[in-house]
Design a protein around this ligand. Sequence first.
Ligand code: UD1
Ligand code: MG
Length: 497
Amino acid sequence: MIQPRSRTVVVLAAGEGKRMKSDLPKVLHPLLGRTLVGHVLTAASAAAADRTLVVVGHRAEQVTAHLSEIAPAAVPVLQAEQHGTGHAVRLAMAAAPEASGTVVVLNGDVPLLRPETVASLIDAHESAGAAATVLTAEVADPTGLGRIIRDSTGGLERIVEERDATAEQRRIRQINAGIYAFDAAGLRDALGKLSTDNDQGEEYLTDAVGLLAAAGAPVGVHVAVDVTETLGCNDRVELSRLRRLLADRINEGWMRAGVSILDPATTWIDVTVAVDRDAVIDQNTQLRGTTTVGAGAAVGPDVTLVDTTVGAGATVLRSHAVQARVGAGASVGPYAYLRPDADLAERAKVGTFVEVKKSQIGPGAKVPHLSYVGDATIGARANIGAATIFVNYDGVRKSHTTVGESAFVGCDSSLVAPVEIGAGAYVGAGSVVTNDVPPGALAVTRAAQRIVDGWVRSRRPGTASADAAARAGEAAGGEAAHHHDAGGTVPGDTATD
Ligand code: UD1
Ligand code: MG
């Protein structure tokens, strides 16, 4: 029986990333849904390794805490002082004396690398029985990168860093991507022989490749088909270029999968998002985190969705949502704000200038305009009139409001929680509801209307209002007031639709 070869992954993430000029360690900078090191670990998962070691150093606690969230099986190895990439790998190998077979080393700042490329690098390395295989690419601008130096037969001789290179070597455009496969025994041996005789006075991992080649061990290169995969991130200009390239890759992937993206240049979709076919993503839209968009849904323009689920056929227009659920065929916006645990059932509507937090909005229920809905359960087909406020907070506690199915809440009402509006009940416009309303009942709490005839003529004489009243043939008379009783009227015009 053939024993599968043992594999170890080593990710280098100890550097500060000085050129980022950041309080955040470079490898923790976010890039469309993952940190830089998160992307690298995702690509490295293709190695199906027995162990994954991540060398941490600069702000090690912060990086280690992040690793325990995204890759709990990965083992952090502390490199307290950063004496170079070779030093980092030497410490990792010392921390894993049992590691044999293939060791895949990845720089923590090469986030566009694909898992398929890691798999093909390993395949090329193992099938050739090589001591070291270096992922390379031919790039238009190799500035700042290590160059691949060939011997007279065209084989890989060594890698020279730009700062140590001659003018002639700097013209070489084949670069070291910082992704390697090594034979563990050969790697250990070469790491023990690294010098610090270079411009930075560091132990270079790249020298391990040169030492193996000099000793006559089989050393090769594996050329990346897509050059963008090998791009490193050393400053924020490079980070923004990587973001653009990754966004293009993600958008193209979804378009090929049957999603319409009307303006890819202004559409930013995290790698962690899923979109079903025939969804239409309009311009200026960001889909982030664990967001999913169902088949045929229309999202955008001007929408940001974070960790939000949008059902099939739903519409979300010029809105912001965080940890919300939008049911199939539901409609959101324009200008809605859905906060955590806003839960819209199928065909529900949350319209313009409406904020919803921790509330269930039942099938076909509508909150069309200018409302706040917090800590509420709204039944199927209920209609919440414009400017209704769910008064959920008494300054100390949050309380719940329940609105029964097919209930009808008139405009500009306040529902003071805890309170329950029964199924099919009505609330007259402008009411402040503090007591439960039984099913099918009408609640009206506003003051009765008072009419003072001729008030404008006597109190605002000579104004445009008085003139208009005169032209309208206002009733003569004094200031006698009379009341119109609100009770018993049917508030058929108290809500908007
Ligand atoms: C390195 C390579 C270069 C290659 C380039 C590709 C070396 C000497 N050079 O250069 O040939 O073209 O990557 O992007 O390897 N790190 C540690 N500990 C250290 C130093 C670095 O963990 O002591 C980590 C960094 O956090 C980073 C990675 O190693 O994730 C690469 O370090 P960086 O300083 O970016 O190397 P480059 O100069 O880019
Ligand atoms: Mg780098």
